[in-house]
Design a protein around this ligand. Structure first.
Ligand code: ADP
Ligand code: MG
Length: 318
């Protein structure tokens, strides 16, 4: 019997697609994705891993929402957020598919197929998050305009320190993945799957069917759910810092090589990790290991190869 290759879910952060300060043109994004594809390609071409790719979509879905709003003046109906999320999965999946395919073609390995799955993540319609919208999405507005939009469209809005007003949507917990069988089948067929982009499209179960909802699932928590359903050995979260620090940004900042579940939970209680950035990553890391996964690695995109071998970044283990 041949041993199964190490199965790894790689979660790409925003910087894999768009760098800080860039405008977000197609050319810029493609250039970033091509660099990311080199990293992922090397990993896959080594033959040591079965890789599942997942990614964020913040700036991309933000742009789609703005394009939708701009279209209203031309009589083009705006699409709901979950549809915008689906669009962003296609847009980003396309760039990764093409770029990774090119890396394989250049290596003479056009036999490795890559495929994106439009992925729906099932959330509980009674999730308390629906009572407490907290995830900011889309552009900043002046107070008056924000309040008018809130009235017209039933949005929840919040003021973000100094930067203006923004729409907030619920951020419910991912419970299951509608396309999990498809993802597993692709892996078994040695196809590289790109799944659950932007945290997946949030859907609820209703009258026996699925229905999209106006919400955003955290992409790191969604990646963890993917890792669980494919029975991954490792979850690798690649971002713009090379791991987890305590006292982050303080003079006594300390970068950690390894974190046990117990340590991770203690630091979490001590508020060491910022909401919406490092906290969901550490939460995902802890959940994955608790669910029976071997390890979660949090590292910077540039260090991906070493991180996967456990040579850099922060490793969260039991
Ligand atoms: P991504 O797009 O990869 O999800 P995020 O911005 O959401 O990126 O998360 C990464 C950021 O988390 C880092 O740039 C860093 O500023 C921030 N961060 C917050 N707390 C910590 C911490 N304790 N250790 C390391 N990074 C932290
Ligand atoms: Mg993030």
């Amino acid at each position: 019997m041949t041993k199964r290759k190490r199965r790894v879910v790689v979660a790409l952060g925003g910087n894999a697609i768009l760098q800080q300060g860039q405008k977000g043109t197609y050319e810029e994004q493609l250039e970033n994705v091509r660099q990311t594809a080199e990293v992922l390609g090397d990993m896959i071409l080594s033959g040591d891993y079965q890789v599942v790719i997942t990614h964020g979509n913040g700036p991309q879905v933000g742009a789609i929402l703005l394009q939708n709003t701009a279209g209203l003046a031309e009589g083009v109906p705006a699409m709901p957020m979950h549809v915008c999320g689906a669009q962003s999965q296609g847009l980003i999946g396309y760039m990764i598919q093409q770029s990774l395919g090119d890396v394989f073609r250049e290596a003479g390995r056009e036999d490795i197929p890559v495929a994106t799955i439009v992925t729906q993540l099932i959330v509980d319609k009674n999730d308390p998050a629906f009572q407490n919208p907290s995830k900011p999405v889309g552009p900043f507005y002046e107070e008056e305009e924000a309040k008018q939009l809130a009235d017209e469209r039933g949005w929840s809005i919040v003021k973000e320190a100094d930067r203006g007003w923004r729409r907030v949507v619920p951020s419910p917990e991912p419970k299951d993945i509608a396309e999990k069988e498809s993802i597993i089948k692709l892996l078994e067929a040695h196809i590289v799957p790109i799944v659950s982009g932007g945290g997946g499209i949030p859907v609820i179960k209703e009258k026996g069917g699925l229905r999209g909802v106006e919400a955003v699932i955290d992409k790191d928590l969604a990646a963890e759910k993917v890792a669980e359903v494919v029975d991954a050995d490792a979850l690798v979260i690649l971002t713009d810092v090379n791991g987890v620090a305590i006292n982050y940004g303080q003079p006594d900042e300390e970068w950690l090589e390894e974190l046990t579940l117990e340590e991770a939970e203690k630091h979490m209680r001590d508020d060491q990790f910022a909401e919406g950035s490092m906290k969901p990553k550490v939460t995902a890391a802890v959940r994955f290991v608790k669910s029976g996964g071997e390890e979660t690695v949090i590292a910077s995109l540039g260090e991906a190869e070493k991180a996967i071998k456990g040579e850099t970044g922060t490793k969260i283990i039991e």
